[in-house]
Design a protein around this ligand. Sequence first.
Ligand code: MN
Length: 318
Amino acid sequence: ALAHQGQVRNSGEAYITHPLAVAEILADQRMDGEALCAAILHDALEDTALPRSFIADTFGESVAEMVEGVTKLDKIQFNNRQEADAESFRKMMLAMSRDIRVILIKLADRSHNMRTLSDMPVEKWRRIASETLDIYVPIANRLGLNQTYRELQDLAFRYLRPWRYQVLEKAVMKARSRRRDLLQKLQRDVEGAFKNANLSIHIFGREKTLYSIYQKMGQKHLSFAQVTDIYGMRILVPNLIDCYTGLGILHQLYKPVPGKFKDHIAISKVNGYQSLHTTLVGPAGINVEFQLRTDAMHVVAESGVAAHWMYKTSDPVH
Ligand code: MN
């Protein structure tokens, strides 16, 4: 806070609110003390007079190294998109192989900058949003950071195509409220069927992101009314084998849509994601996509590599 004193964000707030917000995002991912420390200091080397030696002496060498790593990533400049794709990936991966926390700090930094993008001048929105889609979204995906991946995609979409985003947002809200009764009935039916089978589960309604709906419309040349899988539910079960039992229960309850079943448990995705996916034809013919997974699979599905820190409980803070 002392080093950033006098500096302000575009919103007019003190600059330190930004590094603190970045640290908060990482705290939610249960990152360790060193990473949180480096997050709070992440803009200090580049934007303030604070010397590296002060950071190393006060907070330790590995914190100083992380701050330096984030600063180096910030300095990469690209002339065009292809160069950006290849070059940034290479640099990111290099930095990552030394300390993956550098990438996680950089992604949290981008998340907060995207959340506050409306404070930036309008003429900068397009460049920053497409850079987010081209560079940061693929990295979040590669690392299995699904929450970050989805949030960055939706925020980038909002600023790249503001008008389409708004229209789609309204259409989805309307469709969901029109179907609310049916979805509640579906959820009660599913809960009842699992109860009869003596399987205790947690079931959640799941919102598909606007960006994924928008992408589907583009790829398959569909109008919004033709996109059938905007409703989703997620079921968490105690054990791996329960995923398959649960699949049987669902398929007995409602007809599955042919060709929609995917076993990402037996064959997990490259980023570690595991779940069973199936789409059912629910009441009144609405399609609902189900995901079945265990609690442990869920942590990995949402947080990818960051799941590693979620399971560590007593990290010493250096
Ligand atoms: Mn920053």
